[in-house]
Design a protein around this ligand. Structure first.
Ligand code: SAM
Length: 206
């Protein structure tokens, strides 16, 4: 992450925002509210809120990232992009409501495994009936990386923080199933990333 025009900036976000948006246009049809976990620089929040004016994009992040995320969001002053929420997946219960979709990009390999488990334990309490969970990023399948660049990235992540690392799709999907979610789509995205989509098929939650 760098600073550009006074705002934190991620080149990866610039590169992936259009391919993600193309999928969101279809996946989020009819959706009125989105909770974003780990909003980071706010580039995704701003771009998706501008591009999808029929929904309200509620971004969030941990306390240490909240000010820089809020800077971009407050400066944008969009009606459908409220001030971000302070949300650490480990601090349960989360102080936020229920949404038609939950979106998170490039966060599951940053968080510890324990935090990822916490995310999936808490998430059903924040999804409306029929809501979707969308998780973007690199994943392993059958214990194998989908590209050698992802193996190098995994090594870099672990040198930075031994608790980080690219997650196994099967492990993530098992956590999702335990949370009452059903895998709807596993979309291959540019640069060896995936967009995983689950829906909440328990109509008891509303
Ligand atoms: C690599 S950044 C991704 C940011 C942005 N979503 C993107 O795609 O560029 C990982 C994000 O996960 C957030 N994060 C890490 N641990 C977290 C936790 N325990 N709860 C919520 N968010 C967390 C970080 O603060 C950061 O914003």
């Amino acid at each position: 992450m760098t600073i550009e025009s006074g705002f934190p900036f991620s080149q990866a976000c610039e590169n992936n925002k259009d391919p993600i948006l193309e999928q969101l246009k279809t996946l989020l049809t009819g959706c009125r509210s989105v909770l974003e976990i780990g909003g980071g620089t706010g580039q995704h929040a701003l771009y998706f809120a501008q591009s999808l004016p029929d929904l309200t994009w509620h971004s969030s992040d941990v306390a240490s990232n909240l000010d820089s995320l809020a800077r971009r969001i407050v400066h944008a002053s969009l009606e459908n992009l409220p001030k971000p929420i302070r949300l650490d997946v480990d601090h349960r219960p989360w102080a936020c409501g229920r949404y038609d979709a939950v979106f998170t990009a490039n966060s599951l390999h940053i968080m510890s495994e324990n935090s990822v488990e916490n995310l999936f334990v808490e998430i059903p309490d924040h999804m409306n009936a029929q809501a979707q969970l969308l998780a973007y990023g690199p994943f392993k399948y059958g214990g194998a990386f989908t590209a050698t660049s992802n193996a190098s990235f995994d090594q870099w992540l672990k040198e930075r923080n031994p608790l980080s690392g690219i997650r196994d799709f099967e492990w993530i999907n098992a956590l999702a199933q335990r949370a009452g979610l059903r895998l709807k789509q596993d979309l291959s995205m540019p640069a060896n990333n995936q967009l995983l989509v689950w829906d909440n098929h328990s109509s008891a939650r509303s």
